[in-house]
Write a protein that binds this ligand. Sequence first.
Ligand code: FAD
Length: 445
Amino acid sequence: MPSTTHADAFHFSHPVASYWEATAPPLDLPLLPLAGDVRCDVAIIGGGYAGLSAALELAAHGIAVRVLEAAEPGWGASGRNGGFACVGSHKLSYARMIQKYGQDESRRYYRNMKEAVELVSALCRHHDIDVDACETGDVTLAHLPSRLHDFAADVTFMKQAFGEDMTVLTPEALKEQGLNGAFFGGLKMNHGFGLHPLKYVRGLARAAHRAGAVIHPHSRLLRWQEQDGLHHLHTGQGRLIANRVLIATNGYTPEDVMARMRGRLMPALSNIITTRPLSRSEQEAQGWTSTLLAFDSRKLLHYFRLLPDGRFLFGGRGGTDASAPSAAVYREKLVAEFHALFPHWRDVEISHFWRGFVCLAHDLVPYVGPLDDRASVFAAVAWHGNGVAMATLAGREAARRMVGLEPVEPLSAIVTRRLARFPLAAFRPLYLKGAYLWFNWQDSR
Ligand SMILES: Cc1cc2nc3c(=O)[nH]c(=O)nc-3n(C[C@H](O)[C@H](O)[C@H](O)COP(=O)(O)OP(=O)(O)OC[C@H]3O[C@@H](n4cnc5c(N)ncnc54)[C@H](O)[C@@H]3O)c2cc1C
């Protein structure tokens, strides 16, 4: 069976060697691991966007909140993603979504995703977080001629279903807009922007700390006991006793210590390479000068963008083995795919490669809500590879709901439904492998 969650991926003692890690100022806060017995109202497990956004919200309301983070804040996906703050936190198609949950809840969900992008901007402004924000907009690029024809239908569907305005771009228009690669057309939308994900998550950590949240780095939850209606969370050196707990561990969820989470999530790998900075003439030789967020139209998609310092970031979902040797093989595959789409940059050095876990739910939509009848344990998880914005919004809304505050943005019933378990959960790595084979086949026709 492929080792999707190989131990090599849980190197909590050191950060991943990403371009972001090389370019973000250090966190520089006086944070200490949990030590001894400590009491709080709300404990949050996981110091990524979801956990820190929740901590910020609770602390701002004067609630005694502590965050347990196994490594440093932002060590997980939040500090190592592509920096696409945009909509799309599900894998269920919009047509299926409307069929299953109805037009109103689907519209509300779509609104939630747009509100989430706005929230990221607002938090950065309000807390003075400099994230190297790029221009607004994203574009999906047809990897086959047939996809360009699908785009026309998408424009009509998205307008009618969500009032969304999208524009189809011909190959000539792509060239004019500095979006030239091996593509057959594009579909442009005016939401979303690029950011430095590690600067953003560290900014959230600083804001939460300033608001009064206590963040414990290097405090990995190892054992979870319940006694007299309280939660006892044991780390190596301490015990946090809390009335309520928020699980915000997403793709890194430790099922062995969280019985409630067993079988409910599917971690999957996403991988990124960055090039050295490309000069303006190198960018022009390829015809790619835009800093728009870009994806191709594959199901097993590539995502890419030009960074403010001229480097090109190119990512791809996939790989079913998180071991270090398998990472090296996957790197070569990703580089070959990059060269096929951007042939003018074949000789450009690759400066960084890294990977991390995204996370899927069985029904392919995010989850924000309680995991028990007492509502003393909540989870905010499953962003389907798109959590920069949604995990931020969901963390805040989960926090408010846990302590009985009115929502700022009422969440769609789609994300507050019951979080189902995968049938025959032990076979999840095989499901993933099967899904990749199926997607690859669909992407080739
Ligand atoms: C390579 C890659 C590229 C991506 N690109 C994008 C993108 O461009 N745009 C986008 O929107 N999304 C992207 N994503 C997804 C996005 O990064 C995630 O959805 C989001 O960061 C999840 O945030 P989170 O707070 O829910 O979880 P995470 O940031 O993963 O945080 C979970 C935290 O839990 C901690 N933890 C785990 N176990 C324990 C324990 N036992 N005790 C204490 N702490 C524990 C981990 O250390 C980790 O820091 C990408 C992900 C990856 C991996």
